[in-house]
Write a protein that binds this ligand. Structure first.
Ligand code: DAH
Length: 351
């Protein structure tokens, strides 16, 4: 072979190499490399033919061959980089228009959602969010709330004791209601005060369709100059209407809680039979037209005094009740246990 033919052959190899690279990914970079640059590839064979060419010309052609090899290697490296991570070959049949993997959306637990809605309602009314511990001492859970030491009122709440004593030698307990947050808020802040709290409470109770040993309550407290029962009634009514719609009515019945005087039970008109109180007995309100929702009342002077609030100067109202009951009414859930079983059909109801 003479030098001219050799050069023509080199040029032909370069052209066909360029075409192969341009057509990739019809052929993988590895296959192109093997065909042109491999030990028995087209360029290697051509370089081997140099032995038949006179030494002076061979040097020049050899240099041309090496330059061609470098260029081709660089192009192949670029092609490999473009085709993704090592070992991953872009296939021409990759269809980027196909739908992706479905990504199931999570949702809030109905109880969390209910607590958020309650919180929104009270934030709108100018209340701020307060907090308190789940493991309480006797003082905050009972004594400061005007439960005398051996008073039968303590029997209203079956308490879980945790087997640890507080600094005064009394047994620590899991809070039986959210009312101790009233005390903790008044200890932290001087009047006037307007706070609410949502959280978990515990009672030694058997589980059934409307009871559990661990459940949730909302608590509210408003202390200022001249606060009256009328303010309590307005606040509770406004909040119920915000949650369940403007046609809902509320009513108060006299009741007893040691930390309020007077105390009341708050009822809401039945949202299912709309208070129709008809002969066809509504299974939710049992035909009474009313649903019991919360306890409430005017903060007892002893409670204010204990927190160093002067009852001659300040008065306040408080209210509290179970959040599960709200959730069941909001989402039409008939059995409280459903809220704890994590059945996806219940959980998916709230988006
Ligand atoms: N803590 C009471 C309970 O768990 C509910 C309650 C009643 C809260 C009256 C109050 C209130 O703030 O004023 O049964």
């Amino acid at each position: 072979m003479n030098a001219t033919t050799w050069k023509e052959k080199l040029s032909a190899i370069r052209d066909s190499f360029s075409i192969s690279v341009a057509k990739a990914p019809a052929e993988s970079p590895e296959a192109i490399e093997l065909r042109y640059l491999g030990r028995k590839g087209e360029l290697a064979l051509l370089l081997r033919d140099l032995k038949d060419i006179p030494i002076e010309e061979r040097k020049v052609l050899g240099a041309l061959g090496n330059t061609a090899k470098e260029e081709m290697t660089a192009k192949l490296d670029a092609l490999k980089g473009a085709s993704g991570p090592a070992g991953f070959v872009l296939k021409s049949d990759l269809d980027l228009t196909l739908p992706g993997w479905p990504f199931p959306k999570g949702s809030l637990h109905p109880l969390t959602h209910t607590m958020n809605r309650l919180a929104e309602g009270f934030l709108k009314l100018g209340f701020t969010m307060a907090d308190g511990p789940l493991v309480e001492d006797d003082y905050h859970n009972f004594e400061a709330l005007n439960f005398p030491p051996f008073h039968p009122a303590r029997d209203m709440q079956d308490t879980f004791y945790v087997g640890v004593k507080d600094t005064s030698g009394k047994d620590m307990l899991l809070r039986t209601h959210t009312s101790p947050v009233q005390i903790r808020s008044m200890e932290k802040q001087d009047p006037p005060l307007r706070v609410f709290h949502t959280g978990r409470v515990f009672r030694s109770e058997a589980v059934d369709a409307s009871h559990s040993f661990a459940f949730h309550q909302i608590e509210g407290l408003y202390v200022d100059k001249g606060v009256s029962m009328a303010d309590l009634k307005w606040t509770v009514d406004a909040f119920m209407k915000d949650l369940f719609g403007s046609s809902v009515k509320t009513r108060f019945n006299p009741s007893y809680f040691p930390f309020v005087e007077p105390g009341a039970e708050v009822d809401m008109s039945c949202i299912f039979c709309k208070g129709a109180n008809s002969a066809a007995r509504c299974p939710v309100c049992k035909g009474t037209g009313w649903l019991e929702l919360m306890g409430a009342g005017m903060v007892h002077p002893n409670v204010l005094k204990g927190c160093k609030y002067d009852p001659e100067k300040w008065s306040g109202f408080a209210f509290g009740g179970g959040i599960e009951r709200f959730a069941m009414l909001l989402y039409g859930i008939g059995d409280m246990r459903m809220l704890y079983e994590n059945d996806l059909r219940i959980l998916k109801q709230v988006q």
